[in-house]
Design a protein around this ligand. Structure first.
Ligand code: MLC
Ligand code: AMP
Length: 508
């Protein structure tokens, strides 16, 4: 029996007393205890009738048990579908319906909303709360300490991660065991991880960055993680002395720099800081190096592709670049309209191919075909160039996407809600620079003739349907939207017009 992902990341640690999770109160969970927790959960999932290949949707708070649920799914061959805890019930309903999840694991607070959804969609429901209690844990308690690992091949589906789309409809990116494993192996080598490392983990575990980049790299090397529930500057500063490495989104680094307690002394012992999921401003990179002596290692990835490029561990980590394609990853810059590869130095669409690139979108062959070329290159939607030294620079996005604090937000999804509101004729949602989140969302509205949109009512409607991080931080009513001759809204003009709304020192 084989299960490459389980065997390589988890099974190899059986019997190990080495620490895996170091919790905020200083207590530790060793590898063996973690694996036992996972095996018990796998036993319970099996008792519930969840079979290899079934999808399990989890909207749960970060905890050792939540991570053990991921391990249990890998061991039982169940496709893990983690969901942002900020999603509203209506957002979650779509994911469950679209994926056909057999089991939903949620916080007991969400039961009221999800019981009817589960009943309608014929899914089972279990609970897991932030403190690790719940019906999942109760069911797992009665199970044996070991579980017969399900037989899986390297091409089998391991996870389904939803990413929003430019049409407003989310797509489930199908990630195989090989996608996850190949990327973890490469990152371990490139970033020189060893079992001596202690990774400060303050990222959420429902996205690629916190789950597959951070956690899988730690698992692949048998290193420990200081497992914090979220990014909180005080907590991070308190735990940093014990860490050797940290992975973060740019907001982590700007928040640390805003705190004068974070200085050379607080970070001298660290081996590596990495950044990704959103652009790290060259200014932040430079300020960080000045303050701490460390050059943050910036890398570039996506839900669909895991990690594509990385600045070098040894050598020049260049601000404003995302480094070189990772070993095994091919990257080219192409003309967006023809797909023809462009000469070095020219700006075009970034396309990537390799064992890291996903299998396609769940039950959306037409969407997959739009973004995946027949020769296996994936069209990322990011615009970039390869400079004279071979470093990749991301210069913009071909896709209409906002990245706020590392979370992706597709304007279309918000525009659809705004357009429906009484008194609103039409809307355009744009991202503008924000000192904390990098970019933030604003909504530009055109009122129906003779009417004044009720902003409070609009924000209430937005809150009902959409996760908090997607909410416009400001609504602005204009006479009309700028359009080109084809009638397309010129968002670049709006971004110029409202781009300094959140500039430092500007009163709102
Ligand atoms: C929280 N809020 C956000 C937000 N996060 N709003 C916009 N953008 C965000 N990212 C909301 C909160 O609900 C709150 O609402 C208000 O904004 C301020 O909250 P906060 O306390 O300041 O936020 P905090 O909880 O500290 O979270 C900020 C953060 C977090 C940056 C630490 O968002 C985070 O951990 N981001 C990481 C995202 C990530 O892992 N992305 C990886 C994607 S994978 P209110 O009601 O209080 O105003 C990927 C591939 C790759 O992209 O390459 O890695
Ligand atoms: P997601 O869909 O959440 O996986 O987000 C992927 C997107 O994040 C990419 O397509 C990029 O636009 C962006 N991204 C990730 N890493 C970086 C980076 N280092 N610099 C700029 N953008 C990045």
């Amino acid at each position: 029996m084989a299960n490459p992902l389980y065997d390589r990341l988890f099974g190899c640690h059986a019997g190990s007393a080495a620490p895996f999770l170091i919790l905020p109160d200083g207590s530790e969970l060793n590898y063996d205890a973690f694996l036992t927790k996972a095996a018990k959960i796998a036993g319970y999932l099996s008792e519930l009738g969840i079979r290899p290949g079934d999808r399990l949707a989890a909207q749960i708070t970060k905890s050792p048990e939540a991570l053990a649920l991921y391990a249990a799914c890998v061991q039982a061959g169940i496709v893990f579908l983690p969901l942002n805890t900020a999603y509203t019930a209506s957002e979650v309903t779509y994911f469950i319906e679209n994926s056909g999840a057999a089991l939903i694991v949620c916080d007991s607070n969400a039961m009221g909303d999800l019981v009817p959804v589960a009943a309608t969609l014929n899914a089972q429901l279990a609970t897991l709360d932030a403190d690790g209690s719940g019906s999942l844990t109760d069911g797992a308690a009665g199970q044996g300490d070991s579980f017969a690992t399900a037989d899986r091949s390297i091409d089998d589906l391991a996870a389904l991660l939803y990413t929003s789309g430019t049409t407003g409809r989310s797509k489930g990116a199908m990630l195989s065991q090989e996608n996850l494993l190949s990327n973890a192996e490469v990152l371990v080598q490139e970033w020189r991880f060893t079992s001596q490392d202690i990774l400060l983990h303050a990222l959420p575990i429902f996205h690629t960055h916190g789950l597959f980049v951070a956690t899988n790299v730690a698992l692949a090397t048998g290193s420990a993680m200081i497992f914090l529930p979220k990014f909180d500057v005080d907590e991070v500063l308190a735990h940093l002395p014990r860490a050797t490495t940290m992975m973060g989104v740019p907001t982590f680094y700007t928040r640390l720099l805003d705190d004068l307690r974070f200085d050379g002394a607080a970070s001298r012992h660290m081996r590596l800081f990495t950044s990704g999921s959103a652009p790290l401003l060259a200014e932040t990179h430079d300020k960080f190096r000045e303050r701490t002596g460390h050059a943050i290692l910036e890398r570039y990835g996506m839900t669909e592709t895991n990690m594509n490029t990385s600045n070098p561990y040894d050598g020049d980590r260049r601000a404003g670049t995302v480094g070189f394609p990772l070993p095994g990853v091919e990257l080219k810059i192409c003309d967006p309209s023809t797909g023809v590869e462009l000469p070095q130095g020219e700006v075009g669409q970034i396309e990537v191919r390799g064992p890291n690139v996903f299998l396609g979108y769940w039950q959306m062959p037409e969407k997959t075909a739009e973004e995946m070329r027949s020769d296996g290159f994936f069209i990322t939607g990011d615009l970039g160039l390869i400079d004279e030294r071979g470093y990749v620079q991301i210069v913009g996005r071909g896709k209409d996407l906002i990245i706020s604090g590392g979370y992706n937000i597709y304007p279309k999804e918000i525009e659809l809600v705004l357009d429906e509101q009484p008194g609103v004729l039409e809307s355009a949602v744009i991202g503008v620079p924000h000192p904390d989140f990098g970019e933030t969302v604003i909504g530009i509205l055109v009122a129906e003739r003779g009417r004044t949109p009720d902003e409070a009512a609009i924000m209430k409607a937005v809150a009902k349907g959409l996760a908090r991080f997607k909410h416009p931080r400001k609504l602005i009513v204009v006479e009309e939207l700028p359009r080109n001759t084809m009638g397309k809204v010129q968002k670049n003009i709006l971004r110029q017009q409202f781009g300094d709304l959140f500039a430092v020192g500007k009163a709102l």
